[in-house]
Design a protein around this ligand. Sequence first.
Ligand code: AMP
Ligand code: MN
Ligand code: MN
Ligand code: MN
Length: 283
Amino acid sequence: MEGIDLHTHSNISDGTLSPEQLVHAAIEKGIHTLALTDHDTMDGLILAEQAVKDAQIKIISGVEISSQWSRPATKKSYGVHVVALNMQNPAPLQALLEQQKKIRAERAKQICDLLTPLIGEDIYLDVIAKVDHIPDRVTRTHIAKVLVEKKFVSRPQQAFDKYIKEGKKAYVKFDGLGLAETVDVIHQSGGFAVLAHPTRYDLSATNIRYLIEIFAKFGGDAVELPPAVEPASTRQMVDRMIAEFGLKVSVGSDFHGENMPWIRLGNIPRVKEGQMGIWDSFV
Ligand code: AMP
Ligand code: MN
Ligand code: MN
Ligand code: MN
């Protein structure tokens, strides 16, 4: 599985490379199978495909969907990212992504409105300028960037910790598709549903296990392997859950360009013996 990266972002969402630049960077790194998985949009796909000449690289259609799930016993809902890969007939998914984009655009405005009294300034127009004035592309990464540039915080992480992460005053939940619905629409579009970065949701081991269990129950196809920088014990826990619920695995770097310079394109964890890669199912 050398040369595969199934989770990457371009400047159509919160990456810094254009889809074309991303494709060229991937070719230079020797990547032969690349999925562009921007947040709630597939608008970069056509640009990525146009950058391919001579079939040096295979572009897999993709999108990282902002979804949510809950435990029946509690009312609380938790955010979760589902990476959709290799759609053969994107129309059903595209229709729901239009809804997701509306939610994203409205949420950007809501977050800025909540920030205004906290920082004494309305930064909405600066935020929109970061995304070519297309509000449905705004992520919290863009908002964090503006807060750094305007010196309200010194680093993007501080913007999350002080204002925009869950529990903070300018946090706005992404009230998007439910998990079962997300898996269903991906399948209706002839794609595969991958549970993204299961260890990055700030969940207890019990809740991670429950999430993977219901994801499998809803028909989810694969779980993304944690990056090699995470502790071996974390990886072992995820490996056990993947085996227990009979899921396949996916590999992706979650590359964001200079917005997250510590993540390298094509840097993916190793697959353990016995694990089945979702990429072997691609047509
Ligand atoms: P959004 O989809 O608008 O909620 O933005 C999500 C993006 O923000 C993620 O893809 C990450 O790139 C970034 N992000 C989310 N949570 C954090 C955090 N606690 N610290 C830094 N970046 C974060
Ligand atoms: Mn992101
Ligand atoms: Mn994510
Ligand atoms: Mn991502």
